[in-house]
Design a binder for this molecule. Structure first.
Ligand code: ZN
Length: 131
């Protein structure tokens, strides 16, 4: 298993991990790659990396689960919104790999969503080979 560290900026952020993951699968002829975040206040999605859409996604998520609210968890830690957003999404993506490339749609980028930054986040990458 490989581990990569990425630094997020600001409380909310989106980091494109596609190139980092592509680099890890260069020598894989055929298999599946698991990208996993061992964190409870961030998430992974597969979607288009476009400036306006980045803002749209973060704005809509913030609207769905406001940062300030009557959250019980905030009595001990000021990040309930981030836990809730993380639990609504997921912390992994699985993608097929063929001839050293990720098999994905034209607009599918691997995006890390930060809800409680800035932080250093661990990204674990495991390659599952079919033979
Ligand atoms: Zn917390």
């Amino acid at each position: 298993m490989r581990e990569i560290k990425v630094s997020t900026k600001g409380k909310f952020d989106i980091i494109n991990l596609t190139e980092l993951v592509e680099r890890e699968v260069r020598d894989v002829k055929e298999g599946v790659v698991l990208v996993f975040l061992p964190h409870a206040t961030s998430a992974l999605i597969l979607n288009e990396d476009e400036g306006g859409l980045r803002e749209d996604i973060l704005n809509k998520l913030r609207e769905l689960v406001p940062e300030k609210g009557d959250y019980l968890h905030n009595r001990i830690d000021d990040n309930a919104h981030a836990h809730i957003l993380s639990s609504l999404l997921k912390q992994f993506v699985l993608l097929p790999v063929k001839d050293g490339r990720l098999v994905r749609g034209t607009w599918q980028e691997i995006l890390l969503l930060e809800f409680d930054g800035p932080r250093e986040r661990r990204v674990l990458i495991e390659i599952l080979k079919s033979s």
